[in-house]
Each structure stands twice: as structure tokens, then as C-alpha cells.
Design a binder for this molecule. Sequence first.
Ligand SMILES: [Cu+2]
Length: 65
Amino acid sequence: MELVVKGMNCGHCEAAVQRAVKRVEPQAGVVIERAQGRVSITDATDAKGVESAIRQEGYEVSAVE
Ligand SMILES: [Cu+2]
């Protein structure tokens, strides 16, 4: 799953997004390219759950087709 996450400004933001994904999908692989606002997630099934967990951390999320 590929997401665009707006508002990640520093390593702390990156860690917060990473934690949010892992909370919903502990087994997922998460690769974050902060400069591009790109989050690539592998081995995740609950896309809506992941998006809403990231939103709860205060970031704007949209899915990339
Ligand atoms: Cu930050």
C-alpha cells in the first residue's frame, strides 16, 4: 500500500507515523520517505485502519493508486 502523508517534518513525525501503522498492523513493513511524504507499507491488510491510525496522529493521509 502506498500513502501520501502530509505534515511529517522531522524524525519524530516519521516515528509517530511508523508507530501508528504498527499499532494496526504489527507485522507490516514500513518505509517512509519523509521528503516526498511517501509511506510504503507491505504485508498490511487493513488499509482503512492504517489510514485512520495515521490521521489520529494528526497527519493528512491520502492513498496512492
Ligand atoms: Cu516532527
